[in-house]
Design a protein around this ligand. Sequence first.
Ligand code: ISJ
Length: 362
Amino acid sequence: MSEQKALQNVRQEIDALDEKIQTLINARTALAHQVAEIKQQQADQSDFYRPEREAMILRRVMERNTGPLPDKEMARLFREIMSACLAAEKPLSIAYLGPEGSFTQSAALKHFGGSAELLPVSTIANVFSAVETEHACYGVVPVENSTEGMVSHTLDRFISSSLKINGEVSLRIHHYLLGKGENLSDVKTVYAHPQALAQCRQWLGDQLPQAALIPLDSNAEAARRVSTMDETAAAIAASNAAEIYNLTVLANNIEDEAGNTTRFLVIGRQDVGPSGADKTALLVSTKNKPGALQKLLQPLAENQISMSRIESRPSRKGIWEYVFFIDIEGHSQDSAVADALAKLESESSMFRVLGAYPKAVL
Ligand SMILES: C=C(O[C@@H]1C=C(C(=O)O)C=C[C@H]1O)C(=O)O
């Protein structure tokens, strides 16, 4: 058989498979439609978007995958199929810390897929407000970076908000230096979010020791601003900002830490059920007396629940009063967790479950 003929045969097989895949995707969409109809009839009008169900589906896709397509790639495709199925029933609007081209946009896309309607919002506080006022179904905000630690604006906003944490997204962060010219040596001023400036501190010190470093609200805002300036200005931003704002890449992967990762939270108004691999976030405060924090955390140790993070923030109610943000493994409805939380609540002066949600899958 000639090579040409062999190629033709394989392509015919691909075409036949594509047809089957397409039929199956439409059959799946029809089933998702049935689910939506049942949900519509229910008295409590339960939420159309179910993060725990989606997480379980994606984990199962990865578990049963035998390749040759890698697990993550396969899960990404299913992420898109679910995104499209859901959008056919109820388009989800997602407010995120913009502007367009921000890392938070990439996180929102990674979590909700390409069929969600993404709404850029200018501050973290406004992402919360957009969801609180029901202008958006969900919101996405950064919460911590592996190099620079927590994003305090996000934690603080939870103190005054009744929104829940409905999910998390983990995103590997690569920073790019974007400018108008061709040469790094022309750059005299670098604009970026303070976190990005901090994450690239060493590189900037080595490569651009004379440059002025100007903090702005976001990296995408820095890229937008630099697009209106001359070749002496540069921005630190994500690679997609280069296309959006028509800038050239002067240097890539300029972050100091090789594993630089940011964690984002999905915020919403619903309570999410257990998915089998979950986290619970708590907001607690305790009386300011010796040993109080230790006593507060005792029930977690007794129930063998691991705490993955604890942050303290001023309560803003009185000076030297603090609240604690605590992340634990497991879902607040799991019996060992529920038991520990009941004890923890009785030891605290303020106690709230900020959310129980599936661990990031992708
Ligand atoms: C179909 C459902 O609703 C939504 C769509 C899903 C899907 O396409 O698989 C999964 C969970 C929900 O976000 C469901 O609840 O099962």
